[in-house]
Design a protein. Sequence first.
Length: 581
Amino acid sequence: MDIFDLLTMIGGLSLFLFGMNIMGQALERRAGEKFRTLLGKFTTGRAKGILTGLGVTAVIQSSSAVTVMVVGFVNSGLMTLKQSINVIMGANVGTTVTAWILSLSGIDSGNVFVKLLKPSSFTPVLALIGIIFYMFCKNGKKKDSGLILLGFATLMFGMDTMTGSVSALGELPEFQSLFILFKNPVLGVLAGAILTAVIQSSSASVGILQALAATGQISYGAAVPIIMGQNIGTCVTAMISSVGANKNAKRAAAVHLLFNVIGTAFCLTLFIIIKALFSLPLLDSPATLFGIAVSHSLFNLLCTALMLPLSGLLERLVKKLVPDAKEKESFPELDERLLAAPPVALERCREVASDMANVSVKALCEGIEALEKYTPELAASVREKEEKTDRGEDILGTYLVKLSAMRISADGNREAAKLLKLIGDFERIADHAVNILEAAEEKEEKGLKFTSCAETELKVLTSAVKEITDLSLKAFLNGDLEAAMSVEPLEEVIDRLKEKARSRHILRLQQGECSIEAGFVYSDLLTDLERVSDHCSNIALCIIDIADNNMDMHRSQREMQEDSGNFERRFKEYKGKYSLN
């Protein structure tokens, strides 16, 4: 083997890892809502949890990635520790799919139909279809389908390149000595663990082992312990990802490690005993690609069968290893580990945005309540909610920008853009709630009194503002277009109420019916209430824009007003409901 073979091997390995990566990402995006639905099955029984872990791992071709996602789910409260154990077990079985796909490269037959099963026979056709889809189709889903085919073709081409470049290694005495050394099971386990920990993918690690098996110098006696070690090495990614997570997320990562360590220890002990007691010619025979795939599957199935009845014991054990501790309550987590599954990350963003919207509207209602009956407890509650929405906007805004930078579906991009727009409006509503509270505090501290007419005007205006915030919240939480369409006519009524109340207020000031200090407070209140309705209008228009696949709010506003029949009907209803006599 010369320097050129080494360079070819490095190139083949790079293509292999790259193909595996882009194929997994494209499969995940292409699955879209189906992928999210599949992940929703985490909450069901043990069998479904295992099957879900198996299915997701088979799709994205990496048990490490799935386990990192699981740590993120547990950290975010989307999954319990008990549910995560089942998914981790399924992921260990699902990762064996890659080895079976790669084993097709070892097909060797003169039969035409059998040769058609060999990847080198059909991957060029898949690559051609893939490049046509990717370059000439404008539809995002078709582009992702093209990337799946291109990723698979790249993966298999990389595998063939690696296999060809290492074929000369079989003639090197040093290489032969190295794998004779790995016949020591403990050294084999260490080698497999280290290799997998470095490249952080057991699927890729098994692929490299299969490529090296093409030299004919790797026996089953050396390959099986390496496969066992690969299961331990793949735990490194999840352990690293659990740093800084909550206790249950750390426990999920510990479950993954314990599952693989206990399973490997049991199988290694069994392997050593069998090897010592029986002279099996199979252990000295050269391992094939197909044989490695079979060994990998049998090992993982055996580990799962062994640990499945002990899942309760495993849960209790990790709770002892990672004991309970008091954790500071904070805004709902948006775990960066979830970015590995954009549909799930986006769903989590929706949940956090919904929490933020509810908190914002509650803050406004409490601020208005403080105008009627001020208490220090109410003031503290409003300020706490406003601070929470501030934190929510910062956390959610940063996270959504990161999510938008990922390769997500067109629908996902629209949803992320919508949330980015909306969280700013909800945060500003909470700010105005504090402004209203401060007006109530000033009124209370200085003993200011509004005239009876001003109190009546304010009551009508606050009732209209409460309704418009309820409508905008309903439109956002439920995607209710009927509620969204009702916001703009009501906002027009509130604008007119505010102008009429301001005109009356100026007249009262001129006639000396209202004090200057009380007048300033009243004027500020009118402005804050009208601004709240403006933000509600922005929210409703954004909901309508997304439903119409349009991001131009001004156009939506014009179209709504041009649809004079519905707009005028709603406007008249609200004008009659909220009027200043």
